[in-house]
Design a protein around this ligand. Structure first.
Ligand SMILES: [Ca+2]
Ligand SMILES: [Ca+2]
Ligand SMILES: [Ca+2]
Ligand SMILES: [Zn+2]
Length: 262
């Protein structure tokens, strides 16, 4: 079976209830859908060469595993080195992010806090530019990731960190069992709690691309068919090479962005 057909069959299958929280009231169309998103890993490990643009100065709470505030960190607004008109593309719709690193990620990077903040700030540049949505990292957390595969690790993040007052919870992992470039929930209506996704460490540049892809799923976007030639970050063929969406996906983001922020 083709990968696209396989994914579609998972979305459509009423019996595919991965972790018990997709309830049976399908006719209400409110249960979050689940996508088994095997966004492939990139061949290369590529880091950003410049610090990405932070659109607005933000103070983030640093949380321990129990959710208690143990520190605060300020991320100053930075200019966009690639765009001189740095105020024109600043998203006025502010959405909040809790960025969490798992134990393997933390062990690899003593600077994990600024590292994952940079990834989110790179991933949101296109959301600012094309949809006026600005992601703000308001929380930084630790996470003991566990699971046999990426689906279980996504569910583990949801179990540990959903229920906080953030629009998005984004996990960053180096867990050896995480068998994808990224994975996220595809919602068909506003999620009850936070929107959840997890991305593999592939260097900050590639991880930012995966993060933009998974955040897009959180807005209800599906995939473009591979081999279609449609250039969009939601097409596996281009997910690591473009930073924009095709017109249909742009429409979906505009329709659903009311789910998040103020
Ligand atoms: Ca940014
Ligand atoms: Ca931002
Ligand atoms: Ca782990
Ligand atoms: Zn995907």
């Amino acid at each position: 079976m083709k990968k696209s057909a396989f994914i579609l069959s998972l979305i459509l299958s009423a019996s595919f209830i991965p972790f018990g929280f997709v309830d049976a009231h399908e006719e209400t169309n409110t249960a979050p859908q689940y996508i088994r998103d095997k966004l492939p890993q990139h061949r290369e490990f590529t880091n950003l060469t410049e610090h990405p643009k932070t659109e607005k100065t933000v103070k983030a709470n640093v949380l321990n595993k129990n959710g208690q505030i143990i520190d605060q960190k300020v991320f100053e607004k930075t200019a966009d080195s690639t765009n001189s008109s740095s105020t024109t593309d600043q998203g006025t719709q502010k959405v909040t992010v809790l960025a969490v690193a798992d134990e393997e990620y933390k062990a690899a990077y003593p600077d994990w806090q600024s590292r994952i903040q940079s990834i989110v700030e790179k991933a949101d540049d296109a959301f600012n530019r094309d949809h006026n949505i600005d992601f703000e990292v308001k929380g930084l957390g630790e996470w003991g990731s566990s699971g046999q595969n990426s689906e279980q690790i996504l569910a583990d993040l949801s179990k540990d960190w959903d229920g906080q007052e953030y629009d998005f919870v984004i996990g960053f992992t180096r867990d050896a069992n995480f068998d994808a470039g990224g994975i996220g929930y595809v919602y068909n209506s506003e999620p009850f709690g936070s929107a959840i996704s997890v991305n593999l460490d592939q260097g900050t540049a590639n991880t930012a691309k995966a993060t933009q892809h998974e955040l897009s799923h959180n807005f209800g976007l599906g995939h473009d068919p591979q081999g279609s030639g449609i250039k969009c970050i939601m097409n596996y063929d281009y997910a690591y090479s473009v930073d924009y969406w095709d017109p249909e996906h742009n429409e979906t983001i505009e329709k659903n962005k009311i789910w998040y922020g103020n």
